[in-house]
Design a protein around this ligand. Structure first.
Ligand SMILES: C[S@@+](CC[C@H](N)C(=O)[O-])C[C@H]1O[C@@H](n2cnc3c(N)ncnc32)[C@H](O)[C@@H]1O
Length: 258
């Protein structure tokens, strides 16, 4: 990673990848919808910005008709992606910032990102760059961009408030989802925006453990251990009582370059 940048909550590359795999499961249906909309089977080359450890890179490479260039600014995550995809000749990994893509104007048929703009401190610049390197008639796609203004943690509102606080401390915009249309329109794209609602809380033990595994790391500087453990106990009780419900809207944007 560049100077002054660090992985959110100081998570290691392995921890981050573990978390991302689960997140990618949630957006599977939306990704399929978007792939159909851009007719991905017939386009090439495709650029993926913020590819991370490559959780969706292979899927993009296999579904498109040619090569995939996977960019990330995090060297360690990119190394993991390279190791995982070493046998996959259709993927070229590239260490670069999404705000300064090392490609000529109009190089790609589509520039795609998944769970990325939200984690960038300058998402506006990233969309501008994605639009610049996309060919006329091509697509710029952002998938799974959350908006914590619509986040419901019931009945423990404190948990939603702590999420907001920790995101702000990372210099991120918790309300990015609602700004997606503006970002795309400003980049000169004919834009369509939609949303996928993610509801958790049907008592899935794995999601409970994964959420707390993340929070214990991400919130260690903003809340005491005692309070963390109290909230965890209360969530457990709410889950056991069949009362716990979490909802988070994830937006997507589909932009066509004219
Ligand atoms: C939440 S992860 C998502 C990774 C991957 N897209 C996935 O869904 O598994 C966000 C990724 O965006 C990358 N990222 C954030 N800001 C970036 C920037 N300005 N330039 C390049 N990569 C960036 C991070 O390094 C990280 O790998």
């Amino acid at each position: 990673m560049g100077e002054g940048e660090r992985r959110i909550a100081g998570l290691s590359a392995e921890e981050w990848e573990y978390y991302l795999r689960r997140q990618a499961e949630f957006s599977y249906a939306t990704r399929n919808f978007l792939y159909r909309r851009i007719n991905i089977a017939r386009i090439s080359p495709v650029l993926e910005v913020g590819a991370g450890s490559g959780v969706i890179s292979a899927e993009l490479a296999h579904r498109s008709s040619g090569s995939l260039v996977a960019v990330d600014r995090d060297e360690e995550l990119l190394r993991r992606a390279k190791a995982v995809h070493s046998g996959d000749e259709g993927i070229l990994h590239c260490l670069a910032s999404g705000e300064a893509l090392p490609f000529e104007d109009e190089t790609f048929s589509a520039a795609v990102c998944h769970l990325t703009l939200f984690w960038s401190q300058t998402p506006d610049d990233m969309v501008q760059e994605m639009a610049r390197v996309t060919r006329r008639g091509g697509w710029v796609v952002a998938c799974a961009e959350p908006d914590y203004g619509g986040f419901i943690c019931w009945p423990l509102k404190e948990i939603a408030e702590l999420h907001l606080e920790s995101l702000r401390r990372e210099g991120l915009d918790p309300f990015l989802g609602r700004r997606l249309r503006k970002l795309f329109v400003k980049a000169g794209l004919k834009t369509e925006v939609g949303v996928q609602g993610q509801v958790l809380g049907e008592g899935d033990e794995g999601d409970f453990e994964l959420s707390w595994w993340f929070r214990e790391r991400a919130w260690k500087d903003i809340v005491s251990q005692g309070k963390l453990q109290r909230l965890k106990r209360e969530e457990r009780q709410a889950l056991d009582a069949g009362e716990w419900m979490v909802y988070l809207p994830w937006f997507y944007a589909l932009g066509r370059k004219g």
